[in-house]
Design a protein around this ligand. Sequence first.
Ligand SMILES: NC(=O)c1ccc[n+]([C@@H]2O[C@H](COP(=O)([O-])OP(=O)(O)OC[C@H]3O[C@@H](n4cnc5c(N)ncnc54)[C@H](O)[C@@H]3O)[C@@H](O)[C@H]2O)c1
Length: 354
Amino acid sequence: MNFQSFKGKSVLITGGMGFIGSNLAIALAHLGAKVTVLDAMIPDYGGNEFNLSPVANQIRVNYCDIRDEMAVSYLVRGQDYIFHLAGQVCHLMSLSNPFPDIEMNITGTAILMEACRKYNPNAVVVYTGTRGQYGPSVSLPVNEEAPTNPKGIYEISNLTAEKIIKVYNDVHGIRSVLLRLSNIYGPRSQMQHSRFGVCNWFVRLAMDNAPIQVFGDGSILRDFCYVDDTVDAILRVANTPEAFGEIFNVGSDIPVSFLELVKTIIDVAGQGAWHYAEFSPERKAQEPGDFYSDVSKIYRIAGWKPTTNLANGLSKTIAFYRENQDKYWQSPNSIDINKIPDATVATIFGAQTR
Ligand SMILES: NC(=O)c1ccc[n+]([C@@H]2O[C@H](COP(=O)([O-])OP(=O)(O)OC[C@H]3O[C@@H](n4cnc5c(N)ncnc54)[C@H](O)[C@@H]3O)[C@@H](O)[C@H]2O)c1
């Protein structure tokens, strides 16, 4: 697809300091878009200032929270595209404390869409939900018609956010696309803890020569999607009017077992070790079982399919982290939003935002 249509367009990326958002911001800046990033840089989440270093002089960054109605109302104005990626993304955390998910993922999304309705109903919105919205698979591969019975508050909050955006699409005419992402891996993910981003975490363990635990017999299936392919999907649907109002899976219909994933990582890295381990009772209770996506709908409507195979994606991922290990292994340059004097809109990289 020709992405030249993004040249000169104004785009807002919520969560743009994080893993997928920063890869998207870099791609859009290279396409000549005027990129604004909104991110609260909440400690322990995926934000990392280094993520945006390749385009630091070309984009504007606003440190603010998606729940800050005033800031969001200001930032949506004049945007041609809004990519909504900010949120609490940790399934495990949502099980012990559901409120960040409810506040950030549900209320935050409602605040964003209300701001669009009031101040910029002409924007195109793309939302990145999760495959977890389906819950346990009824049949494989899972297509967009499958029932949604999520097994956690994170997943429920994503499903609710998706439904909120769909209402704004259907009732208020705000053109929106709803994506359900599978397991995404690649450069610019947080690499400090194992609470989200399993594939990237295994990459770190292999690079550290630390043993990787394979739960059960390792046969559970997932589909892993390289982040550049994910960014390509996001750009394509934003650029495809037939996609507006639609839900799409973004993943791969080539399933891989966890055991195969781990062996491939160790093989590509040329280092690392693994062993079998028992599921803890909590992990067992939350494990939704085999999942892989049917991606035929997004291919049919937006012409997207993943093009990076697992070994190639892992090879690029490992090369990136080998080169930039010091920026990801240690605590990143996290900024506590509560410590910024004017938390509503602060700027870096010299850009003026209000
Ligand atoms: N990475 C995956 O495998 C995956 C899979 C399915 C869905 N998703 C979805 O894609 C989106 C992006 O995920 P990611 O992997 O890039 O996560 P990430 O944690 O790397 O990035 C999210 C960013 O959002 C920011 N953020 C969080 N709460 C915020 C708030 N209240 N206000 C402003 N900014 C806030 C964080 O600081 C972070 O920089 C999320 O909605 C996630 O649920 C990701």
